[in-house]
Ligand binder design. Structure first.
Ligand SMILES: Cc1cc2nc3c(=O)[nH]c(=O)nc-3n(C[C@H](O)[C@H](O)[C@H](O)COP(=O)(O)OP(=O)(O)OC[C@H]3O[C@@H](n4cnc5c(N)ncnc54)[C@H](O)[C@@H]3O)c2cc1C
Ligand SMILES: *[C@@H]1O[C@H](CO)[C@@H](O)[C@H](O)[C@H]1NC(C)=O
Length: 547
């Protein structure tokens, strides 16, 4: 079989979610084929907020461009009604103090069309090219694999593949054909228009997002963005007094509505993209069936309030990618894939509740910039409840409530939580040198075992007992406290680091005299916290077939 035309994974859809799924698999050494129905590149910025947990995900994927090209969130300025006289500036997002454990502490704005371009460039490094204008028409699956029918320019092609990821958006065919439920509601009480537009307005400040609370029935929102072109803005408007469907039909009516809201002389240059929508609030009952998975909008749609949609979708893909890779390599049992639904469903269900409650608040107060919670940073999202995480330092409590979105608490760390970063770590093995950070060692194609221990000698028996773990997918590291003697450090680990600034010991809540072993999953989640090798092997016995 030709591995180019028959890669083991077919990704359906090349929005942000399909692209992240494909990149994660490629980095895991799994060839993918990625198709999208639309023959043209995407236009439209749509939701542009990338929250810190997603910035971390892009860091793990070696995609620094999102953080580098993304713009910081601008303040939101409200004006006195009918004037360009500022009333007050408010922050769009809650302020978070930067800490050593949280290197990405504020969101970035990047339009979806640019995000797509950035991600495709990374796929191309693996000689993987999105096949545009290629539509999935139907598929069938058996225990052995999937047979899918694709169409390009009305020419049908039958392909065989072993796994399929439906990242084909809200109206996608994958979810429908799997027969997954998509329960929820369509909100007719809110109707939005969103447009990318180039215009010049006398006295308009490009350093703020302009809104006018006093005309709250309209809730206009004008965000400067160069991605659209010179004098580019993203324009959002909603309100029950407006006939959005009618306005969206015509460039003139869009210009007119902006001119009637923004009290200054405006020169319109170009309408780049426009769309209207009513929030749908729905999710699937499970994220997979057999060899087929759904992720992103194909699995859940919701109100844009809180800007969690795209972020949740790429986090779905990142949770799934490494699991498919291990199963495809024959290292993990198929049952590992069931933890995709197990770990994502509670997160998504809480996200739907959260975004809906903000939507209701926006509707009742008429205030688009209604309360923003630090939860939106998504750093507290966890899977403590997952059947594959293991924590020997926590007493299990029967019926403990699931708090999947969590709250970020730097004074607490359990298996299932986001693994914190730590800077200024010193390489201390002969031959290695320089400083590093934890995040530069977390990558989607391997687990990392970090042995925090007072001396390298204490780590050696633990590492020896773990020697049978497959080195192509598990790395070992020793973390010594700043007080440790570092002369002649020899031990059988891939990495030996000295926590000279104390940041790792503090973020992972370990005393300098203690031995604690952390297993960090390929998706940057703490998989296990153990006393020693026995706990680590117990953790891996739930991941790998041969432990
Ligand atoms: C008008 C609009 C405005 C939005 N505004 C916001 C916002 O303000 N904030 C926010 O957070 N989110 C917003 N969203 C949602 C956000 O765009 C989505 O959450 C995000 O795009 C989901 O990404 P995805 O990859 O799951 O799906 P999509 O980006 O929808 O991508 C789906 C992909 O699947 C392909 N496809 C579909 N069917 C097939 C098929 N049969 N065969 C092959 N390929 C197929 C499509 O061509 C496309 O490539 C908005 C969405 C829309 C449509
Ligand atoms: C380790 O995993 C790789 C696949 O990543 C496989 O080819 C190899 O045989 C495995 N090694 C052992 C010792 O099982």
């Amino acid at each position: 079989m030709n591995s180019y035309t028959h890669p083991p994974v077919l990704v359906v859809g090349a929005g942000p979610v399909g692209l992240v799924a494909a990149l994660t698999l490629l980095q895991n050494g799994i060839p993918v084929r990625i198709i999208k129905k639309d023959p043209n590149p995407r236009t439209g910025q749509r939701g542009s907020g990338i929250w810190p947990r997603s910035l971390e995900l892009f860091n793990f994927l070696n995609v620094p461009d999102v953080n580098d090209l993304g713009k910081p969130a601008l303040p939101i300025r409200t004006y006195k009604s009918g004037t360009l006289e500022p009333l007050k500036d408010t922050s769009m997002v809650p302020y978070m103090e930067p800490t050593p454990a949280i290197p990405f502490h504020s969101p970035k704005l990047i339009g979806q069309q640019l995000l797509d371009v950035v991600l495709r460039r990374h796929l191309e490094k693996f000689s993987c090219f999105v096949e545009a204008g290629t539509e999935l028409r139907s598929f069938e699956q058996s225990d052995e694999g999937i047979t899918a029918v694709l169409a390009k320019n009305e020419i049908l092609e039958t392909v065989h593949t072993k796994w399929m990821i439906g990242a084909d958006g809200a109206k996608g065919i994958v979810r429908k054909q799997l027969g997954l439920t998509f329960l929820g509601e369509t909100r007719d009480d809110i109707h939005m228009l969103i447009a990318d537009i180039c215009l010049k307005g006398t006295g308009l400040d490009r350093g703020v997002i302009g809104t006018d609370l006093e005309v709250s029935l309209h809730n206009p929102f004008l965000r400067p963005t160069d991605e659209v072109g010179e004098d580019g803005w993203q324009f959002i408007i909603f309100g029950h007094k407006l006939d959005i469907s009618k306005i969206a039909q015509s460039e003139e009516l869009i210009f007119e509505s902006i001119a009637s809201i923004v009290p200054t002389e405006i020169t319109f240059k170009k309408l780049v993209w426009v769309s209207e929508f009513r929030p749908n609030i729905r999710m699937v009952n499970k994220f997979s069936d057999g060899r087929v998975f759904v992720a992103g909008d194909a699995a859940h749609v919701h109100s844009p309030t809180g800007g969690q949609g795209l972020n949740s979708g790429i986090q779905d893909a990142f949770n799934l990618g490494w699991k498919i890779a291990l199963v495809e390599k024959g290292l993990a049992d198929k049952s590992l894939l069931e933890t995709y639904t197990e770990e994502r469903l509670p997160v998504i269900s809480e996200m739907l509740d959260m975004t809906t409650s903000i939507l209701n608040q926006v509707i009742t107060t008429g205030n688009m910039i209604a309360r923003r919670s630090p939860k939106f940073y998504m750093l507290g999202i966890n899977c403590r409840f997952s059947s594959i995480v293991l924590d020997e330092f926590v007493t299990p409590v029967e019926g403990k409530p699931i708090n999947a979105y969590g709250v970020l608490d730097e004074g607490h760390l359990e298996a299932g939580d986001r693994a914190p970063d730590a800077p200024r770590l010193l390489h201390v093995r002969p031959g290695d040198s320089g400083e590093t950070t934890l995040f530069s060692h977390y990558r989607p194609w391997y687990h990392t075992i970090f042995v925090f221990t007072p001396s390298a000698a204490d780590a050696t028996p633990i590492l020896t007992a773990l020697e049978s773990l497959n080195k192509s997918v598990v790395r070992t590291a020793v973390m010594l406290p700043s007080s440790a003697p570092v002369a002649h450090v020899a031990c059988p680990a891939d990495l030996v680091l000295l926590d000279q600034g104390g940041h790792a010991y503090s973020a992972y809540l370990v005393e300098a005299s203690q031995t604690k072993v952390f297993v960090i999953r390929p998706d940057g989640v703490v998989g296990a916290i153990a006393h020693g090798a026995e706990g680590v092997n117990k953790y891996f016995s739930k991941i790998f077939v041969d432990v």
